[in-house]
Design a protein around this ligand. Structure first.
Ligand code: KQY
Length: 365
């Protein structure tokens, strides 16, 4: 039976591995809320199915589905995808699922952070979020993995990346936002990350992707591809509001070293041309008080850095952008010569506020 642990990963010799290390599988949650996903979430469900089926060619996939949608999901997913019934408030497994940690013997444990829907009552994206907050623990219980549970430290999985080798990377915009842990100093937040991810160094980017509704999660702007190797969301357009964000990140990372003293190799992934919500897309979403509205003309925080690294593959969001879709594929194939680069048209996912990395959570081997 999975036990709640009272110690910390660092004290017990566990660390958060890099996403590029071997996986046992991948966890996802089925989308259904109609105040975030248009047309009864049917187009989003199709996109989630494509992502799940693509990943399932390389590793096991478990889809968590509410009781209400259980049969519909079973119908749409192939039989090699495990479907488990689980209550949820939405479908962002990266943020609500456990962060898994491993030790040198290959034992795996989970971390259950506190979740407040990206900002709680201050600027959270929906209310309530209590079912989401139980997902990490439930996943650990299903997998029979002991877990560390932080009662009051707010964190989403998409707001951290680890190289598995002593370094984590985050954004100040998210982790220092007053809607997360306003009573903690930057140093206290950093120390908590060091203790739970078991890293010696935390790299702090000032910002993420412009207009990212998560308060600019790190996983939308940068991705660790290997220790010392990063893919960074970029734009050459100095007039784009994204430019100062990406430039500041690039300048900072160019001057920094990681915990092992390595200079960082930075690969630029140019963002696609603006993804704007159309009138038809906006009209398909139910307006609900307390949920972030999806308004016509709103720019979505589209970025190729929001990919998922599976065993043997990289699952990459595409936006139908003739120039930059292709460039992203080529850049990633160079970074990952031994993995297939699998592009998925992800407009329906970004319309919900995130992308492929945000809807997946790897469980290490
Ligand atoms: O990008 C993410 N990690 C989650 C986005 C949440 C959007 C809720 N509408």
């Amino acid at each position: 039976m999975a036990r709640k642990l009272e110690s910390t990963p660092r004290a017990d010799g566990y660390r958060m591995p890099g996403e590029f290390e071997p996986h046992k599988g991948c966890w996802m949650i089925w989308p259904e809320r109609t105040d975030n996903w248009r047309l009864g979430a049917k187009p989003a469900q199709k996109a989630f199915v494509e992502v799940a089926e693509a990943i399932a060619k390389y590793e096991e996939v478990t889809m968590c589905v509410s009781q209400r949608q259980y049969m519909a999901a079973k119908e749409m997913l192939s039989s090699n995808i495990r479907v488990v019934e689980m209550s949820n408030d939405d479908s962002w497994m990266r943020d609500v699922g456990p962060t898994f940690v491993i030790n040198n013997e290959g034992d795996v444990r989970g971390i259950d952070w506190r979740f407040n829907a990206w900002g709680g009552l201050l600027d959270g994206l929906y209310f309530p979020w209590d079912k989401d907050d139980q997902v990490a623990k439930k996943v650990c219980e299903i997998e029979n993995k002991d877990f560390y549970s932080l009662e009051s430290f707010i964190l989403e999985g998409g707001s951290i990346h680890s190289d598995g080798d002593g370094t984590a990377i985050v954004t100040e915009a998210c982790l220092l936002d007053e809607s997360r842990n306003p009573d903690l100093s930057k140093e206290e937040i950093e120390n908590t990350l060091k203790e739970y991810l078991n890293v010696e160094k935390v790299l702090w980017l000032p910002n993420g992707i412009y207009l990212d509704e998560t308060n600019e999660h790190v996983d939308n702007i940068v991705h660790y591809c290997a220790p010392g190797v990063l893919a960074l969301g970029w734009t050459d357009d100095e007039k784009d509001q994204q430019f100062p964000y990406s430039k500041a990140a690039f300048d900072y990372l160019s001057k920094e070293t990681d915990a092992k003293g390595r200079k960082l190799e930075i690969h630029k992934l140019h963002i696609p041309n603006e993804v704007l919500i159309t009138q038809e897309e906006s009209e398909g979403v139910d307006a609900v008080d307390g949920t972030l509205p999806r308004l016509e003309g709103d720019r979505q925080a589209a970025s190729y850095a929001n990919f998922y690294i599976a065993n043997g593959a990289v699952i990459l969001p595409l936006f139908g952008d003739e120039k930059y879709d292709e460039m992203a594929k080529k850049t990633l194939q160079k970074i990952f010569p031994d993995r297939d680069i699998v592009g998925i048209y992800a407009r329906e996912i970004i319309l919900g506020g995130g992308n492929i990395h945000c809807i997946t959570q790897q469980q290490p081997k």
